[in-house]
Design a protein around this ligand. Structure first.
Ligand code: ZN
Ligand code: ZN
Ligand code: FE
Ligand code: FE
Length: 270
């Protein structure tokens, strides 16, 4: 397998989050083996509410994470390694997250909605039954509303897996109404100047399609929303997974360029 060398994988996790495997160096070595010249580690930032050890690193591990990622650069001069993080959005912890992010010189922050306002984790397989009980449409609606709020804070550079509620294959009943919600979220993303990612993990989940869906991606392109690529790797072998296919998806959606996060430069898609 090869990946387009100009496409960096900016969504890579580490063991610290409690649900990923492999040494940090192995993720980097995989990216190098694929020919990448830039990548970013973006593990889950600790959460101030609804936290469990299997969800994100603990607060006391954050300094070590920053040091570990930064120290990779000296060891692997052949690739530029950015220090990123994937932060959850909760309205009630906006200020604490802002302060926490401000304590470290992160190169970028992926903002992700994995939880509804009451802390319900709709992407966790243990919650599949409750998704149906709560109503799939209600979950889509609230997740898009939270994405719109999240980007309004200005804390995030990239929106992670925009249409995550589809993970287990759940489709909206009222597709037209949910599409309106998605487009409202995209309008907020565009207004905030935030990027979206093509997250290839969706191809490895029951839904069997990347996030976001092709139609949403086309809307994002039409709005001029910058695009990054991420594997959401939780194991070293998934770094760069399906990036060739992701580039095809981006091109079909109308994208001609991708956002390089090291200098916020626009780079032509291969
Ligand atoms: Zn994760
Ligand atoms: Zn995520
Ligand atoms: Fe995630
Ligand atoms: Fe992730």
């Amino acid at each position: 397998m090869s990946v387009p060398a100009t496409i960096g994988d900016y969504h890579v996790h580490t063991q610290l989050c409690g649900h990923a495997e492999g040494e940090l160096a192995a993720y980097v070595e995989r990216a190098i083996a694929l020919g990448m010249t830039e990548m970013g580690i973006a593990d889950h930032l600790p959460m101030f509410v609804h936290w469990e050890p299997s969800l994100t690193m603990a607060m006391e591990q954050l300094d070590g994470y920053v040091t570990a990622v930064r120290s990779l650069s000296a060891r692997y001069p052949e690739i530029r390694i950015l220090l990123g993080v994937e932060a959850d959005y909760f309205a009630e912890t906006e200020e604490r997250v802002a302060d926490l992010l401000g304590e470290h010189d992160f190169d970028y922050v992926i903002g992700s909605v994995h939880f509804l306002g009451d802390g319900f984790g709709f992407d966790q397989s243990r919650n599949k039954q409750e998704i149906e009980a709560r109503g799939v449409d209600a979950i889509y609606r609230e997740s898009y509303r939270l994405v719109a709020r999240a980007v309004g804070t200005g804390l995030f550079d990239v929106v992670g897996h925009l249409d995550l509620p589809k993970k287990f294959g759940h489709r909206p009943t009222d597709a037209a109404a949910i599409d309106v919600c998605a487009r409202d979220a995209l309008a907020a993303i565009a207004a905030a100047g935030t990027a979206v990612e093509i997250n290839t993990a969706g191809w490895r989940k029951p839904v069997g399609e990347a996030y976001p869906a092709a139609a949403l991606l086309a809307s994002a392109a039409a709005l001029g929303i910058p695009l990054t690529f991420g594997s959401d790797a939780h194991t070293p072998g998934d770094v760069g997974a399906d990036f060739e296919r992701a580039v095809e998806l981006a091109r079909a959606a109308g994208y001609a360029a991708t956002l390089r996060l090291s200098d916020r430069g626009s780079v032509a898609l291969p």
